[in-house]
Design a protein around this ligand. Structure first.
Ligand code: RIB
Ligand code: CA
Length: 317
């Protein structure tokens, strides 16, 4: 039995998803069993292709990539993609060559179910996009819960305003019904929200230091951050760049990166104003059992240095 933590990353690349994939591939303590993709930042045809071409660029040819759900559970994507932030194909900016490795034929949801059922060790799921694939897997095969070590999710906002509406964070907003299913599943959930990801940001100086490392992965990550920072400045007026999704990998590399508090959290699904809002019962008024850990504090410097250190490392199978 390997001493590496087995993980599956479910993502919608997406600039920060791409950096999460690269960080995980360079982590000595993580074994990526597969990367599953979902519609979110862009249509599924783009997100699956982006996951494959980022991994191929970083010479991670042996990690399989699977295509998942092409729209949220209860509605269409409505062009509700993150194109304004990530570009039309979901990975605007750097010139990353087309993929050279084929996409797997098996559906992402079936891969998640089969892998969890067959694994002799518990597996950690890292969803960094809308939770459609994860919810569908839990509905189709509730038994997989027993082999999930934890689910480390990028999503939501508790103390901080949303980034797609004033109430909601993008991943949860795109598929709130899926999020509601995941949060009521009884799984061991760690939710990394905007409350920490909007603090663990990269500044231009950090991006230049990353570029100065000079290796191909550090340079391409700097170029991904160049684009991501530019759209954050244009759209949100902020002069810093969050890397939301990579925090979910970072905290598995070093659990001191993020501090959590245990709470009961629910997701608004019906009200048009609050749809996708993640509401934590911080005062315990519902009397309900707690169902997740929410992120409350992050060590930005530790995160930035972790990215610097890992991006310049070669990929070891
Ligand atoms: O709100 C941030 C999240 O939405 C990140 O996962 C980003 O990639 C986008 O999907
Ligand atoms: Ca994402």
């Amino acid at each position: 039995m390997s001493n590496k933590k087995k993980i599956i990353i479910d993502c919608d690349p997406g600039h920060d998803d791409a950096i999460a994939l690269l960080l995980a591939s360079r982590a000595d303590n993580l074994k990526i069993l597969g990367v599953t993709t979902v519609a979110g930042n862009s249509e599924i045809e783009h997100t699956v292709r982006n996951a494959r071409r980022v991994l191929d660029y970083a010479e991670v040819f042996d990690v399989p990539v699977y295509k998942g759900c092409n729209h949220p559970m209860m509605h269409n994507l409505y062009r509700l993609t993150g194109a304004i932030i990530h570009g039309e194909d979901g990975l605007g900016g750097p010139d990353i060559p087309p993929p050279v490795t084929p996409i797997e034929k098996e559906h992402a949801v079936d891969f998640i179910i089969k892998t969890l059922r067959e694994s002799d060790e518990k597996i950690t799921l890292i969803p960094t996009g809308p939770l459609t694939n994860i919810a569908m897997a839990l509905i189709k095969a509730p038994d997989i819960k027993d082999n999930i070590e934890k689910i480390v999710i990028m999503g939501g906002a508790v103390y901080t305003p949303g980034n797609i509406t004033s109430a909601a964070e993008f991943n949860i907003y795109v598929d709130p019904e899926a999020a509601k299913i995941v949060f009521s599943s009884g799984c061991n959930i760690y939710l990394n929200t905007l409350d920490v990801s909007m603090k663990a940001v990269f500044y231009n100086e950090d991006i230049e230091n990353l570029r100065a490392q000079g290796d191909k992965v550090s340079v391409i990550v700097a170029e991904l951050l160049d684009f991501f920072a530019s759209t954050h400045l244009d759209h949100f007026g902020i002069k810093s760049c969050p890397v939301h999704d990579a925090l979910c990998v970072g905290v598995l590399i070093d659990d001191s990166l993020i501090q959590y508090e245990r709470t009961y959290l629910d997701v608004s699904v019906n009200d048009p104003l609050t749809r996708g809002e993640t509401v934590a019962d911080l005062w315990g008024i519902t009397g309900k059992e707690t169902n997740c850990f929410i992120s409350v504090k992050v060590d930005r410097d530790k995160f930035v240095n972790m990215i610097f250190d890992h991006m310049k490392k070669p990929y070891k199978r």
